[in-house]
Design a binder for this molecule. Structure first.
Ligand code: AMP
Ligand code: ZN
Length: 136
């Protein structure tokens, strides 16, 4: 299903022209308009899903394999030194466009970017409590 008011549905299905770096029957990959680094790409499924939890398993499986293939191409063609794969779900997690997408970000020693978090320092007991909570 496509969603009428969704810009990524329109881009993924070719209704809005964009810089396409990969396309198959399920996905289109485009260049991000606000790139973290040269070649920052977005992998968009052609069918709408708000986020990872709504994405059909079959598409979720294909998405990582496809992101791997595109990431390899970006690294090889652009001479990148590394690669980040980023995928945000929900506003608090940094999702701004509510159509599932994977960021594929080539990284360069000189890019000056930080795609990081501030590490916490929980005690061993706190980690064990969280582990119990998850496994309960
Ligand atoms: P997120 O914060 O994970 O939802 O990422 C949304 C990304 O989409 C951002 O990196 C934006 O720069 C990018 N973006 C939004 N609109 C467009 C567009 N029309 N074409 C290309 N990239 C876009
Ligand atoms: Zn959509």
């Amino acid at each position: 299903m496509k969603k009428d008011d969704c810009i990524f549905c329109k881009i993924a299905n070719g209704e809005i022209p964009t810089n396409t770096i990969y396309e198959d029957e399920d996905f289109r990959a485009i260049l991000d308009m606000g790139p973290a680094a040269k070649g920052h790409a977005l992998l968009l499924p052609k069918e709408h899903a708000d986020n990872l939890f709504e994405l059909p398993d079959e598409i979720a499986q294909k998405a990582l394999v496809t992101a791997k293939k595109i990431g390899k191409k970006l690294v090889d063609k652009l001479g990148a030194d590394g690669l980040n794969i980023v995928q945000n779900n929900g506003e608090i997690a940094g999702q701004t466009v509510m159509h599932f997408h994977i960021h594929i970000i080539p990284r360069y020693k000189s890019d000056g970017q930080k795609i990081n978090w501030v590490p916490g320092s929980p005690s061993a007991e706190e980690l064990a409590t969280i582990c119990k909570e998850i496994n309960a």
